[in-house]
Design a protein around this ligand. Sequence first.
Ligand SMILES: Cc1cc2nc3c(=O)[nH]c(=O)nc-3n(C[C@H](O)[C@H](O)[C@H](O)COP(=O)(O)O)c2cc1C
Length: 209
Amino acid sequence: MKESQTDLIKNTPTDHKIHDLIKNRWSPRKFADTPVSDTDLQSLFEAGRWAASSNNMQPWNIVWGKKGSETYDRIHNVLVEFNQGWVKNAPVLMLGVYDKMTPDGKENFHALHDLGQFAANMSIQAQSMGIAVHQMAGLKHEEALKEFKFPDSYHVATGIVVGYYGGEMDDLPKDLQGEETKDRVRKKQDEFIFNGDYVKRAEVKPKNQ
Ligand SMILES: Cc1cc2nc3c(=O)[nH]c(=O)nc-3n(C[C@H](O)[C@H](O)[C@H](O)COP(=O)(O)O)c2cc1C
């Protein structure tokens, strides 16, 4: 991240030491004017490309478009209204799509997991370049599938917004501006990490008891 952008790091109260690329990544809704070059995009896609996947099937597909292009507008059109409201200033929009079937016609239960790994790789690569990635489940999944001519066995899982950290608060709808400066929060590890049997969350005692 560039020096001038350090004010764009959110407070992330980690309980243990982690890499700065993970600690400082977050999902903004405003972006700097700086365009994301083809070279930048190729690096992001390349990072995704080298993600692990079940049986190395690589079931991921990405549709992308830069602001001002027809593809960008087509991706924008298949987002839900809430997301359309804030993404309009983002320099790049993408869709994350996966094939639900294996090449031999069986259901690939791991495909969504694998697309997630692609997106995670891409996010961390982006972070190393001062670029933010904001994923979105809020899209019109069926409409997107048809719009981009994917076969029925595919699922358009996510919208992905990509752009350099920065931008102006006024670019955002008023009700979303506060979200940009809020501390990041996470569940505590003992709510979801088990060194043995699963324990229902309600039965996990708060740390101070
Ligand atoms: C699969 C997925 C779907 C998401 N869907 C949306 C969405 O539709 N709209 C939105 O504004 N943010 C969306 N987010 C962003 C999350 O709200 C965000 O990642 C979460 O609050 C944690 O914040 P952080 O990424 O800044 O740590 C989504 C994130 C993921 C990974």
